[in-house]
Design a protein around this ligand. Structure first.
Ligand code: MG
Length: 194
């Protein structure tokens, strides 16, 4: 892979260690186990959705309060900053959680796309919007995430994809066939050699 000219990161489980307890969030909201939460809320009435959003908000802000950076995160963001490679966050979280993350760790991102901005991953819309914002062609942009939605969304937009997951999943086709699978963000440093 040529050194990517821009990088789009997922937040929870990618830049931070995974902290959101989706089983507990579903239980508190009262939706069926297994379903992705945002999709499970589609078609529910406004009262139910407001109740669910309040629960999600509390969990997302608590997660950022207790978040620790994923292995290699600080090193990678520092390297990209030093090289002038623009970076973005593409998350199904809300904007308030992303703002809290940036305040807490003092990182800068040139563009951000949250669930308030349009259809969430696995839709490719957010990755397209972010490539436009960063002024980067999708084929020269790397999207990094820890879940299949991250890979499917970015691949749909034409980006290169890296799945951060250890151990690597057995069935990569089911995970969107990422271009790279690495055990941690540290393993991406070699994409930008000296
Ligand atoms: Mg994630």
């Amino acid at each position: 892979m040529n050194p990517p000219l821009a990088v789009i990161f997922d937040l929870d489980g990618t830049l931070t260690e995974p902290l959101l307890d989706f089983v507990e969030i579903r239980r508190e909201i009262g939706i069926a186990p297994g379903l992705p939460i945002l999709e499970a809320l589609e078609g529910k009435d406004a009262t139910f959705r407001a109740h669910a959003e309040a629960i999600l908000r509390r969990h997302e802000l608590e997660a950022i309060d207790h978040a620790t950076l994923a292995e290699g995160c600080a090193e990678l963001l520092t390297l990209l900053g030093a090289r002038g490679i623009p970076v973005a966050i593409l998350t199904r979280n809300m904007r308030e959680a992303v703002d809290a993350f940036m305040r807490r760790f003092d990182f800068r991102f040139q563009a951000i796309y949250t669930r308030e901005d349009g259809p969430p991953k696995p839709s490719p819309h957010g990755a397209r919007v972010l490539c436009d914002s960063l002024g980067s062609a999708p084929a020269q942009t790397l999207a990094v995430g820890d879940y299949k939605f991250d890979v499917i969304a970015a691949r749909g937009a034409g980006c290169k994809t890296a799945l951060v997951r250890h151990p690597a999943p057995d069935d990569l086709a089911d995970w969107g066939s990422p271009d790279l699978v690495v055990p941690s963000l540290r393993h991406l440093l070699r994409l930008w050699p000296d």
